[in-house]
Design a protein around this ligand. Structure first.
Ligand SMILES: Nc1ncnc2c1ncn2[C@@H]1O[C@H](COP(=O)(O)OP(=O)(O)O)[C@@H](O)[C@H]1O
Ligand SMILES: [Mg+2]
Length: 278
């Protein structure tokens, strides 16, 4: 059974501190949900756990079964059993979905070993049908021209195939209609296992109707400000987040006040520059 332990984690981007002391422990067999309004640092936490190079860790620790995660590359983190289903998965023209999954599976095997092609195809077909995906999706380029809902299902397809020890699903419910949400929810629930630690990041409680989470946390201002059980989720469902802000004396729940946010154009330009190696 794996244990992911996050202690007093601080991280910044472009000189702005986004995570301001996050502590959380997820064990195999447990399902945790992090809820919270927009701009409170939820996706940043997910990116930092997977080792996105844009974020600078300025304090705290992350360990997986006692091993220092922060000193691992993103590849090594995946190999160690960490998995992130991204809020906005990237399109990768030129690499087919099935090649991508096969490469990722092989990377998780011992040196020199490969997944059997026969078993791979069989389990991929099975996963595609369980997720009620179009049969051609594995053979198309990764996320290229996929609809929002197809991208989300595809993240769960990868999870089914990779069988991670700790899986983080960032807003897997966003952009899904109710039928797709049901399919995704049922698939994730079916994958629940005494060895799988699940972290669901979500805005709304409706995801938690399909995947039950026994630990519920609320994130505001770059840290977890409240934790509880499903009753916390129900209260948020009925009353929103204002009562928590009032209780804790929080005026603005965002990490960066809206007017100071780094605007998307600047971000886009930075990303393009990075991609061009400038
Ligand atoms: N790469 C980045 N560059 C600049 N600002 C960022 C970046 N990532 C996150 N932020 C800022 O950090 C804050 C928290 O963002 P995020 O973690 O995406 O929140 P959430 O997922 O809770 O909506 C936002 O103000 C966002 O603009
Ligand atoms: Mg987010």
């Amino acid at each position: 059974m794996s244990v992911l332990t996050i202690k007093d984690l601080h991280a910044k981007v472009e000189d702005k501190e986004i995570l301001k002391g996050v502590s959380l422990e997820i064990k195999g067999g447990e399902t945790h949900a992090i809820m919270g309004p927009n701009g409170t640092g939820k996706s940043t936490l997910a990116s930092v756990i997977m080792g996105h190079p844009r974020y600078e860790i300025t304090g705290g620790t992350i360990t997986l079964d006692g091993e220092d995660v922060l000193s691992m590359s993103t590849d090594e983190r995946a190999k160690a059993g960490l998995f992130l289903a991204m809020q906005s998965p990237a399109e990768v023209p030129g690499v087919t979905n099935s090649d991508f999954i096969k490469t990722a599976m092989n990377a998780r095997m011992q040196d020199g070993e490969n997944v059997s092609l026969f078993k791979f195809i069989k389990s991929l077909d099975e996963a595609v049908s369980k997720l009620k995906m179009r049969e051609d999706l594995p053979h198309r380029y990764l996320n290229d021209g996929f609809s929002g809902g197809e991208k989300k299902r595809n993240e769960i397809l990868q999870m089914r195939m990779l069988k991670p020890a700790i899986a983080i699903l960032d807003e897997i419910d966003s952009g899904l209609d109710i039928d797709a949400l049901k399919v995704v929810g049922e698939n994730v629930t079916e994958m629940k296992h005494k060895d799988l630690g699940l972290l669901l990041i979500t805005h709304y409680s409706r995801l938690l109707d399909y995947i039950s989470a026994e630990h519920v946390h609320v994130m505001m201002q770059g840290k977890i400000v409240k934790s509880g059980d499903t009753s916390l989720m129900h209260k948020i469902d009925e009353q929103g987040y204002d009562w928590i802000k009032e209780e804790l004396g929080i005026e603005d729940e965002r990490v960066i006040p809206e007017e100071e946010e780094i605007n998307d154009n600047v971000l886009g330009t930075c990303a393009t520059r990075e991609a061009l190696g400038e």
